[in-house]
Design a protein around this ligand. Sequence first.
Ligand code: DAH
Length: 339
Amino acid sequence: MLGKIEEVKKAIEAFQIENQQKLEEFRLAFLAKKGVITDLMAGLKEAAPDQRKAIGQALNDLKNFAWEKFDGIQSTMVSASDSVDAPDMNLPVQSLPLGSRHPLSIVRQQMIEIFEQMGFAMSDGPEIEDDWHNFSALNFPENHPARDMQDTFFVSKDPDVLLRTHTSTVQVRLMEKQKPPIRAIMPGRVYRNEAISARAHCLFHQIEGLYIDRNVGFKDLKQTLYHFVKEMFGPDQKIRFRPSFFPFTEPSAEIDISCLICNGAGCNICKYTGWVEIGGSGMVDTNVLKANGIDPEEFTGFAFGMGIERTTMLRYGIRDLRLFTENDVRFVSQFAGLS
Ligand code: DAH
């Protein structure tokens, strides 16, 4: 009997347990109710009485020996599986994906900074306006086509309430509350009743500028916009002033820069002229100064209005205005990291 116990002990020692399944096999073979050790225990009563004590002791040792092996291996297996689930504190942190600013916000900010460096303050006004601020105070004649329903979104008629068609409205609001000298820029959203295409949209953004003081001349307007264009598009950028007409300025000029998309070779953006318009400008009409309580004998001023979409398209070579409003993350994410 003792020889048999020794044999079983050797078998327990030799039993290789590499996984849960082997552990269970071990348990069934040695420790379970139908296992070898229980069998041996049952045989104890057949042993000679003078040997029973020694055999009983050896069986107990054998049982403890088997349990120790089982418990030891089971506990290492549990802690190993625990550590699989537990987070590994040594892993590098996963960085959060950073969003990007909308290109229009980026360029708007760049434009603001250039004018702020030249001493222009910021001002703003409402997007829902009345006839006076959008048209009459800006010297639009009664029958001007811009007052037409075809061009302007009206909220109501009589009295006229409308979505402003340009940021020039803020010039009027500023002159109402501030006496010259005035030197301000006014960025904002504007609305026009236009069919949406690659070149036009029913809502877009402008930056308006107004500078009124004693002895302000056309040369100041030219120098300011010249400086702006060089800062915005680089020192080699060409700018030209083309005579034009606006009800609120006299004389008036459109501001063109050489086309950055085709470098002057001609493309659909510059209508094959090599030049693109970025805004309008001029000397503030004396009628506008008078309508806003400023004496044109004492003060003169210049004004300008530029499209932010147009500037952004030229700055980053974007050929379709609709991309700005389509919320396509593949478009916007190209501007990641710019501010
Ligand atoms: N308000 C004009 C437009 O939306 C742009 C403009 C032209 C603004 C000349 C001005 C200006 O201040 O002097 O087309």
